[in-house]
Design a protein around this ligand. Structure first.
Ligand SMILES: *Cc1c(COP(=O)(O)O)cnc(C)c1O
Length: 390
């Protein structure tokens, strides 16, 4: 190792290095994580935490699921990257699996949520010949120029204008507002079937069906952004199953690869890119595909979709029993839970971390509880105790 580069092995020197060399875009919690197993993670001092963040709804199968670890390890010895100029068995197998779990017709592979949204927007434009997108207030769809244009938070958006369109946001859970905002140039309506970053908002039972109908009547496509809600998070494989409404295009990422970076979009029959219209160098690469195949297998074998529904119901029941002074509302489905309080939650997040529980607040006053789906009842009990003390 040369003199001017060294491996950091204590939290303080890591923070210093980060401050010096990394663009300071994240408000990080003051711990350094080094390992994880199931619903637990460990910091550099060996302290254990119950992880109710799960990489922001990424680690659905738990940290370092043995099947995912083994799949990545085996694949790394065979082929780490190969161009989409060639076929691979795992990409074909994963495509088949994704079509099976989503009920859609074909997929396109990319590397992240925002990329999946970008691809969905391009797909909608090229299939309709129309340009505009209607999105909802409090939406989050990603940070690249296209996805950002349909992301509501203006502090994310405004400094980067011009984006691909001006603001077209309608209130969430208001189908009439979608109808009113439609024009002849609306390519698609993009909506999260449950809003994640916006504070875990669950729409009424009719909402998505009504939006579906409005889209059908106007030759407009419907995009469901399932980047956060997918792969068992809400107690179904995909959140769309709660409503029975089928989108034309859906986006996936976060939990798809069991922690390995990947994104994908799926579309129904007849909606597709033609040759050369879209591509990604790393999209559907061997490591990502093998991790995703293993993760899907783990979700099936460990019955994590059912578990998410069951544990989510238990978690909400236990929180409901608490008499929290500042309680406003408890929302969510499965293990995608939002606890809204009438106060800033930052000190609760800090307190819980000190007590060995990782929490995250989505907006200032909403605690997001999105643990790995493998979390146990005992771990949930511990989290609830800490919440009560906090
Ligand atoms: C996280 C998220 C994204 C963006 O995903 P990245 O992988 O961070 O680009 C898009 N849509 C939704 C609903 C998300 O929750």
């Amino acid at each position: 190792m040369s003199k001017n580069s060294s491996r950091s092995n204590d939290h303080t020197s890591i923070v210093e290095k980060d401050a010096k060399y990394v663009m300071q875009t994240y408000g990080r919690q003051p711990i350094t994580l080094t390992s994880g197993k199931g619903a637990l993670v460990y910091d550099i001092n060996g302290k254990e935490y119950i992880d109710c963040v799960a990489g922001i709804a990424v680690n659905n199968v738990g940290h370092c699921h043995p099947k995912v670890v083994q799949a990545i390890r085996d694949q790394a010895e065979k082929l780490i990257h190969v161009s989409n100029l060639y076929y691979t068995d795992i990409q074909a197998d994963l495509a088949e699996q994704l079509v099976s779990v989503t009920g859609m017709s074909r997929v396109f592979f990319c590397n992240s949520g925002t990329e999946a949204v970008e691809a969905a927007m391009k797909l909608a434009r090229v299939n309709t010949g129309k340009k505009e997108f209607i999105a909802t207030e409090r939406s989050f769809h990603g940070r690249t120029m296209g996805a950002l244009a349909v992301t509501y938070n203006s502090t994310y958006r405004t400094p980067f204008k011009p984006l691909i369109q001006d603001e077209i946001f309608v209130p969430y859970n208001d189908a009439q507002a979608v109808s009113d905002a439609l024009t002849e140039d609306t390519a698609a309506v993009i909506v999260e079937p449950i809003q994640g970053e916006g504070g875990i908002h669950v729409p009424s039972e009719e909402y998505l069906g009504e939006v579906r109908k409005i889209c059908d009547e106007n030759g407009t496509l419907l995009i469901f952004d399932e980047v956060q809600t997918g792969f068992g998070r809400t107690g179904k494989w995909f959140c769309k199953e709660h409503s029975g409404v089928e989108p034309d295009i859906m986006t996936m990422a976060k939990a798809i690869g069991g922690g390995f970076p990947m994104g994908a979009l799926a579309a129904k029959e007849g909606i597709s890119f033609s040759r050369g219209q879209h591509a990604a160098t790393f999209g559907g690469g061997p490591l990502a595909c093998s991790a995703a195949l293993a993760s899907i297998e783990a979700i099936r074998e460990d019955k994590l979709v059912e578990r998410s529904a069951r544990m989510g119901a238990y978690f909400k029941e236990r929180i409901d029993e608490l008499s929290l002074d500042s309680f406003v509302e408890l929302r969510g489905c499965g293990l995608m839970i939002g606890l809204e309080l009438n106060r800033n939650c930052a000190d609760i997040v800090n307190y819980a971390r000190e007590k060995g529980v990782l929490l995250n607040n989505t907006s200032e006053s909403v605690l997001r509880l999105a643990p790995p789906l493998v979390i146990t009842k005992e771990q949930i009990d511990t989290v609830v105790d800490v919440l009560e003390q906090a």
